[in-house]
Design a protein around this ligand. Structure first.
Ligand code: BGP
Length: 472
């Protein structure tokens, strides 16, 4: 639909940006922090750094937050490292971990920046992983206990909570993200059992939040991307339908309606990986109601009918945003109408609007975008200049589509792209940068880690100051 005039961004729109603990903080074993599954990894992809120092945000958060305030952030989305709060995941509380995030939250509030807290972003405590991680039902209780501590410690100041970041990507692409336990005997079956446990843990956290903090709001944070059929061929349309169910709606149907998506359930039955559902689980799942949906969007995806000849998954696997496929279900396909970024991810701002509309139509809950952005090999030029015009273009085109979606009637209350500041990519090192602020380090040379405002920093600052009016 083309409009004569576009709706304005709401007055209280939460402009901000995102990070996650293990990708930005560093200080991986300081002040009593326990190891997470990310810290315990035996190796990292060749040529890429580990996460020990990252952007050293743990020590420099004040300087970083001052820069966020300079950009005019209304909100900042960050994650809390479970292993700082409870080093072994289920036992004693680490007071220094509690204090760190308390100081960080106070620092944000000092500038009037709304904290949006992700409770768990890929970094499960390794002590829990050793006991089976999410395959073990006890991890549900550990998460509930952790949630209670977070609500007790920060509930007086934090109004927006996100349960689990990209649970769907952990299930579908855990090996790329470094969250998959390599020792699982029957990975698919175990993963869907883990998925079920995470869904129950999420539901418990949502219920607990509502009981303990009636004023607060809480929601899930999956990665949602609309899947296009590669053509109008009915079999391609059906394949896209399959993949949409498995990748997207399985997660949101459960979070919002407390039921398994029909197609996703049929898929799990066919693949012999339906989870064991304990007595009472469905009641918990049905009774937990999120207040909003947060979602991450980088790219759309395209699917065609499975060829069912053993080639559906071949060669196109890889990371969380590259096309994969599965025999008898769908085959990943590339979209000839879209350009790709330097890492092969397709760039699709219009697909973003369609995704916003589809989520809103299905669930009728307010939406916030908690990730969106462009990874690139930024170059630091003489005079501390970073000309990241490509990032400005990417963000601008996507934000325009949010405005169109708002005009379509979609209730969007915030935009928090990835990432506030340069940090370490999940599996492609620190040379793949996303931030508005450049961090001066290389993969293996920490240099001085100084902070440098990129061109996109000034652009975003102006955009926020005008509440989106400078888009054109
Ligand atoms: C999402 C994750 C983030 C983030 C982002 C960019 O899947 O939630 O943690 O890193 O993708 O991906 P990458 O770091 O792989 O470039």
């Amino acid at each position: 639909m083309k409009y004569k005039t576009l709706a304005q961004f709401p007055e209280e729109f939460l402009w901000g940006a995102s990070t996650s603990a293990y990708q930005v903080e560093g200080a991986w074993d300081e002040d009593g922090k326990g190891p997470s599954v990310i810290d315990a990894r035996e190796s990292y992809p060749e040529g890429t750094t580990d996460f020990k120092v990252a952007s050293d945000h743990y020590h420099r958060y004040k300087e970083d937050i001052a820069l966020f305030a300079e950009m005019g952030f209304k909100a900042y989305r960050f994650s809390i490292a479970w292993t700082r709060i409870i080093p072994d995941g289920g036992g004693d509380i680490n007071p220094k971990g509690i204090e760190f995030y308390s100081r960080l939250i106070d620092e944000l509030l000092k500038y009037g920046i709304e904290p949006i807290v992700t409770m768990y972003h890929f970094d499960l405590p390794n002590a829990l992983q050793k006991k089976g991680g999410w395959s073990d039902r006890a991890t549900i209780d550990a998460f509930e206990k952790y949630a209670r501590i977070l609500f007790e410690s920060y509930g007086d100041r934090v109004k927006y909570w996100l349960t689990i970041n990209e649970q769907n990507m952990m299930i579908l692409h855990g090996s790329a993200l470094g969250t998959l336990d390599p020792n699982l005997e029957n990975p698919k079956k175990e993963l869907y059992q883990q998925n079920h446990h995470m869904l129950v843990a999420q539901a418990k956290a949502i219920k607990l939040c509502h009981e303990m903090l009636p004023e607060a709001k809480i929601g899930p944070a999956p990665n949602i991307a609309l899947i296009y059929p590669a053509s109008s061929k009915p079999e391609d349309v059906l394949a896209a339908f399959n993949y949409n169910a498995i990748r997207n709606w399985l997660y949101l149907d459960m979070a919002v309606f407390g039921r398994y998506n029909t197609t996703a359930w049929a898929y799990m039955k066919e693949k012999d990986c339906t989870p064991v559902i304990a007595e009472g689980d469905m009641d918990i799942l049905r009774s937990a109601k999120p207040d909003f949906i947060a979602f991450n969007y980088y790219t759309s995806q395209t699917a065609e009918a499975s060829r069912d000849d053993g080639s559906d998954t071949a060669a196109r696997g890889g990371d969380q945003h590259l096309q994969t496929g599965e025999e008898g279900v769908y085959r990943g396909s590339s979209n000839p109408h879209l350009k790709k970024n330097a890492f092969g991810w397709e760039i699709d701002p219009v697909g973003f609007r369609s995704t916003l509309r589809e989520i809103y139509d299905r669930y009728q809950l307010p939406l916030i975008i908690t990730e969106n952005g462009l990874g690139a090999f930024d170059q630091l030029e003489d005079g501390d200049v970073v000309n990241d015009d490509y990032r400005i273009d990417y963000l601008k085109e996507h934000i325009k589509q949010i405005q169109l979606a708002i005009t379509d009637g979609v209730d969007v209350f915030g935009y928090s792209p990835w990432s506030a500041i340069d940090l370490i990519s999940t599996h492609q090192g620190c040379s793949k940068r996303y931030g508005f602020i450049y961090v001066n380090r290389d993969e293996f040379d920490l240099k001085d880690l100084r902070r440098i405002r990129k061109k996109s920093f000034y652009w975003y600052k102006d955009l926020i100051a005008s509440n989106g009016e400078t888009l054109d």
